[in-house]
Write a protein that binds this ligand. Structure first.
Ligand SMILES: Nc1ncnc2c1ncn2[C@@H]1O[C@H](COP(=O)(O)OP(=O)(O)OP(=O)(O)O)[C@@H](O)[C@H]1O
Ligand SMILES: *[C@@H]1O[C@H](CO)[C@@H](O)[C@H](O)[C@H]1NC(C)=O
Ligand SMILES: *[C@@H]1O[C@H](CO)[C@@H](O)[C@H](O)[C@H]1NC(C)=O
Ligand SMILES: *[C@@H]1O[C@H](CO)[C@@H](O)[C@H](O)[C@H]1NC(C)=O
Ligand SMILES: *[C@@H]1O[C@H](CO)[C@@H](O)[C@H](O)[C@H]1NC(C)=O
Ligand SMILES: *[C@@H]1O[C@H](CO)[C@@H](O)[C@H](O)[C@H]1NC(C)=O
Ligand SMILES: *[C@@H]1O[C@H](CO)[C@@H](O)[C@H](O)[C@H]1NC(C)=O
Ligand SMILES: *[C@@H]1O[C@H](CO)[C@@H](O)[C@H](O)[C@H]1NC(C)=O
Length: 372
């Protein structure tokens, strides 16, 4: 019988540790049919490819695959169906220990599918997508979640009007959490206010409407180029006008690496870490996002623990909470400083560099262990 320090001092068992909150990714899960070719094919030609595979894909779902391999409890929320390929996606999520228990299952729905051509000579990935009239997650699906179980919710910028409603729903939850804590004067709250992140990936200008609600934003190279931005610093500078005060913004740019704007306005950057040979860049951006979510979420939870165990800071904490009730427009991502952001972006670029040297996502967990 192990008697803990706590038991010796207090005489009872410690209160049960609440289970670790999850990171939730809201977006698409689809079937990726991947053909590995020596060169990108010519139109109306007939040839053999080097390799063929099919795998579970979709931005949000890929990010879950990566986080799960880093040991992060995570959940996917997106529309699924009872169709055979969607069954494959569900089996695969079970295999990777990704929760999907809140996904609505459409009877007679299809399975969104992408055909992907990987070119060995250039490392490019060409994607041809069909969405099978995919319906999107709605607010009423989202309201079924118990938000107490999550510390971070990441959105793929898809159905903007619905995603906005979900973000507002989280904001209200955040307010109720901070209000409850300041009323009860609880020092270490069981409840964690949720951090919201969003990815602007597709070339749709309306996606900018999501920025005012996000604590953390990822701006893809494709989106940036579609706005006429030529590089990462221009992207960060221009996009920050539309973001919430104190937001953290990332811009990743393939072999140029990535850059980020910290809440205090400073900029950090990290070059790419290309592998000896680029094998598979499909899902590079999703891997980068997952690495950042994983890293910052860990920092957030560690910060909370640290903060709450510091008696001398309890007054400061109450003041900050009241401040948050007054103004929900300002981010309170105080766990992200310049040093943390530099570490996060470096981790993101390193993990992604390793990923593009591998087929698919398997093997990332052992690469990650080598970093520790
Ligand atoms: N060709 C490359 N060489 C080296 N690093 C790369 C390369 N492509 C991507 N990366 C790494 O991946 C990160 C994310 O890149 P980026 O967002 O441009 O990927 P993407 O092609 O958009 O991915 P996705 O297939 O998910 O859309 C970069 O910051 C960089 O660290
Ligand atoms: C998608 O919708 C269009 C028009 O509503 C319809 O013609 C088509 O059959 C649908 N496709 C599938 C795969 O359900
Ligand atoms: C979610 O929260 C509820 C109530 O707080 C709890 O009963 C449940 O076990 C939690 N689920 C997970 C997966 O943590
Ligand atoms: C977004 O969702 C709403 C409600 O489900 C739907 O009416 C609308 O067509 C969707 N819009 C887009 C752009 O997907
Ligand atoms: C970015 O913002 C700057 C300053 O606000 C402006 O001069 C520039 O035209 C913008 N770039 C693009 C591509 O919109
Ligand atoms: C980024 O692009 C802007 C606008 O074209 C340019 O002024 C700036 O010098 C560029 N920065 C770098 C680092 O290339
Ligand atoms: C906790 O309090 C100590 C002493 O006042 C201080 O040095 C430390 O920085 C505090 N830690 C945090 C996370 O605020
Ligand atoms: C949720 O609350 C946290 C902590 O107070 C804060 O950092 C964050 O900005 C809030 N997010 C939203 C969307 O309200």
């Amino acid at each position: 019988m192990i008697s803990t320090f706590y038991e010796k001092i207090v005489g009872t068992s410690p209160p049960p540790e609440p289970s670790e909150p999850k990171v939730l990714c809201v977006g698409l899960s689809c079937l990726d049919i991947v053909q590995l070719c020596k060169h990108y094919p010519q139109e109306d030609s007939d040839q053999r490819c080097i390799d063929f595979r099919y795998q579970r894909g979709g931005n949000a779902c890929n990010s879950c695959t990566v986080m799960s391999q880093l040991g992060q409890p995570c959940e996917f929320l997106g529309v699924l169906s009872n169709e055979q390929f969607s069954q494959f996606l569900q089996d695969d999520m079970r295999k990777y220990k990704i929760d999907f228990l809140h996904c609505p299952i459409m009877e007679n729905g299809g399975c969104p599918t992408s055909v992907v051509i990987l070119s060995m000579s250039t490392g490019s990935r060409t994607i041809i997508h069909h969405d099978q009239n995919q319906t999107e997650i709605t607010l009423s699906d989202f309201e079924k979640l118990n938000l107490e179980n999550y510390s971070w919710i990441h959105f793929e910028g898809r159905n903007i009007s619905e995603v906005l409603l979900m973000m507002q729903h989280i904001e209200n939850y955040n307010k109720s959490v901070t209000q409850r804590d300041s009323e009860t004067n609880e020092k270490l709250s069981r409840y964690t206010p949720i951090t919201i992140s969003v990815e602007l990936e597709k070339k749709r200008p309306e996606l900018l409407d999501l920025l005012p609600y996000a604590d953390v934003a990822f701006i893809s190279k494709d989106f940036a180029k579609s706005r006429g931005y030529l590089n990462m610093s221009e992207t960060l500078k221009n996009v920050s006008h539309d973001a919430k005060t104190g937001a953290t913004i990332f811009s990743a740019w393939a072999d140029r690496g990535a850059m980020a704007l910290a809440p205090d306005g400073t900029i950090v950057q990290c070059p790419a870490f290309p592998p000896h040979k680029i094998i598979d860049t499909l899902g590079a951006g999703d891997t980068f996002n997952a690495a950042i979510l994983y890293y910052l979420n860990k920092e957030k939870l560690a910060f909370k623990k640290d903060y709450s165990s510091n008696a001398s800071d309890s007054i400061k904490m109450t003041i900050q909470q009241n401040y948050n009730i007054e103004s929900s427009e300002k981010c309170q991502t105080e766990f992200i400083d310049q040093a943390v952001l530099q570490e996060a972006i470096t981790f993101g670029c390193r993990l992604t560099g390793a990923k593009i040297g591998l087929q698919g996502f398997d093997g990332l967990s052992s690469i990650y262990k080598n970093y520790l």
